[in-house]
Design a binder for this molecule. Structure first.
Ligand code: FES
Length: 141
């Protein structure tokens, strides 16, 4: 059912953890399944993502997509990171079963939420980036 890459990133997730004083932190969740994903980006003065970490309380596909998404955004500019869609993450993982597509959406949303947080802190406008819709903070209380 799952590709080898999905299983690999689930069993050996890359970039698990937190970044202290991160440039941007984004937390998103799926109200239906209750899964939560938080991403931390360290972004340098040239707007390049130097480091990315995540914490995901969620299913195996959510963990695998967080892991792959953090791998994909590292070394990219914030504009390039915006192009890392859930489709791109799924392709990099050699696909996900249809019922698990929503899990990869969390990864895309977490990237956007972390970039939004960064843009707010730095007072920047990032072309094409929209404010995350949900205030997920309530889920943590
Ligand atoms: Fe909810 Fe996968 S089942 S993110």
């Amino acid at each position: 059912m799952y590709s080898e890459k999905v299983m690999d990133h689930f069993e050996n997730p890359r970039n698990v953890g937190e970044i202290q004083n991160a440039s941007g932190v984004g937390t998103v969740g799926n109200a239906k399944c209750g899964d939560i994903m938080r991403m931390y980006f360290q972004i340098d003065e040239n707007k390049i993502i130097q480091d990315a970490k995540f914490k995901t309380f969620g299913c195996g596909a959510a963990i695998a997509t967080s892991s792959m998404a953090t791998e994909l955004v590292k070394g990219k500019s914030v504009e390039e990171a915006l192009q890392v869609t859930n489709r791109a993450v799924m392709e990099a993982l050699d696909g996900l079963p249809p019922v698990k597509v929503h899990c990869s959406l969390l990864a895309e949303e977490a990237i956007h939420a972390a970039l939004w947080d960064y843009a707010q802190k730095e007072n920047l406008h990032i072309e094409g980036l929209q404010k995350p819709v949900e205030d997920i903070e309530e889920l943590h209380r």
